[in-house]
Each structure stands twice: as structure tokens, then as C-alpha cells.
Write a new protein. Structure first.
Ligand code: ZN
Length: 234
């Protein structure tokens, strides 16, 4: 047995033990080196993400689906079980945050996790082509795109390129909503508003909405905490 294999077995054993102590939450979804990802329901997909994030938060990563076998199998065709619309921020990489591997997550990353036409088209493609049962719109603590949008709204002399302006335009309604709600911390509140708002926009999408209506797809919003690594579903 190689050192790496021995180490991963030890890690897995620890994760199961930790689950037992914590009330068995991890026992229902044990960390495994190889996991089938096709044919999942929206609920099963969400449970996988929650379990992966618990492993990440407790530094008991299993690194599923990263073997050579998985790589070769996925070359025949990908079977992602969730799409993630998340921020480009270098501190929020979905495969690490959810402890997943190859062919697991179909990811669109744009500053401020905004619903640009190209990003939405990618999510439509994943839903139709691969039957992805879950879309997560994930904002995160201290998002620079949201901070910049707030600054732009408050500075009449703010100048930005047309492209950065498009990002700010997409986030601005959430900053306004946080102000209207009387939030103490406008940026942190706007981050939640923005994740929820972008998810709402996706739910109204004519390609995605029928899939939600017949139970093939769920769209949820979430927020990532930079220090703890925890993903909270909103
Ligand atoms: Zn961000």
C-alpha cells in the first residue's frame, strides 16, 4: 500500500469517526474515493455538496473522483451533478470548497456571481445537455465586486470601463436593496441580496423554469465564509 493510499484511508476513517461523534451526519454520506454522479435528484445533489463542504470545513477532505480511472471515464463524457455560479475571487474555488473532483461540478465564475448572458447560456447548456439537477448561486464574504459597486454608486465621479460597468449594473439593485432594508453592514447584506437575486433571475429563465416545475432541477443561493470555509445555504 502506498503512503498516499494509506494516508487517504486514515483520513477517511477519521472522517467517519468524526461523523459518528457529530451525530452520524457523515455516516449517511461517507467520504469515498470514487462516487457515481449521474442520475442524482436535486436533493441528493445538495446533500453531496453539504457533505463535501463539511469535510472541507473540518479539514477532512476525501478528494473524491480525482483518480486516473475517473479521468479516463470522464473523457468519454462528463456527468456533473451540480452547476455553480460563483465569484471569480481566488479564495473561493468550488472544487475545493465542496471537496469534489473531475466531472463533478459544472462551474461558471464571474466577479460578483452575476447572471451575464454567456454565463446563463452555460448553465442552460449544462441543464439540457447533462441533466444537471442543481444550480447553486454562491456569493461570499467581503466580495470585492460588491464593495466596488457600492463605491461606484456613492461616487458621482466614478469611472470604469464598459465591461466593469456591466458588472456593477448587475449588482447595483442588491446594494440598493441592502440600503433600503436599513442593513448595518451594506456590503455584507448586499452579498446575500445579490446571491438571492441572481438565483431568482435564473429561476425565471425560460429554459430552466420548466425543469424546476417538474422537479428535475432546483436552484438555490448560498454564501461562503472566507475564514471558516463554511457554505451557508440562504
Ligand atoms: Zn467576489
Amino acid at each position: 500500500m502506498s503512503d498516499i493510499t494509506r494516508r487517504s484511508l486514515i483520513t477517511r476513517g477519521s472522517a467517519v469517526a468524526a461523523g459518528a461523534v457529530a451525530g452520524g451526519g457523515l455516516l449517511a454520506t461517507p467520504a469515498s474515493a470514487s462516487e457515481k454522479t449521474s442520475g442524482l435528484t436535486p436533493g441528493q445533489a445538495l446533500a453531496r455538496l453539504r457533505a463535501g463542504n463539511r469535510r472541507y470545513v473540518s479539514s477532512r477532505m476525501a478528494g473524491p473522483n480525482r483518480s486516473r480511472g475517473r479521468r479516463v471515464a470522464q473523457a468519454e463524457g462528463q456527468t456533473p451533478f451540480a452547476s455553480i455560479l460563483s465569484c471569480s475571487d481566488s479564495r473561493v474555488p468550488p472544487e475545493l470548497v465542496f471537496d469534489r473532483g473531475l466531472g463533478d461540478l459544472f462551474i461558471v465564475r464571474l466577479a460578483g456571481n452575476v447572471t451575464s448572458p454567456e454565463g446563463v447560456g452555460s448553465l442552460e447548456f449544462a441543464a439540457e445537455e447533462f441533466g444537471v439537477p442543481l444550480i447553486v448561486v454562491m456569493g461570499h464574504e467581503a466580495c470585492g465586486a460588491v464593495k466596488a459597486t457600492k463605491a461606484a454608486l456613492e461616487d458621482p465621479n466614478f469611472k470604469a470601463s464598459e465591461n466593469v460597468g456591466a458588472l456593477a449594473k448587475s449588482i447595483a439593485p442588491s446594494v440598493e436593496a441592502a440600503k433600503k432594508a436599513g442593513a448595518k453592514d451594506i456590503v455584507e447584506s448586499a452579498i446575500n441580496f445579490n446571491a438571492k437575486r441572481q438565483a431568482r433571475i435564473l429561476r425565471q429563465n425560460p429554459i430552466l423554469a420548466p425543469r424546476i416545475a417538474d422537479g428535475r432541477l432546483a436552484i438555490v443561493s448560498a454564501r461562503y465564509d472566507l475564514e471558516t470555509g463554511r457554505v451557508s445555504f440562504l
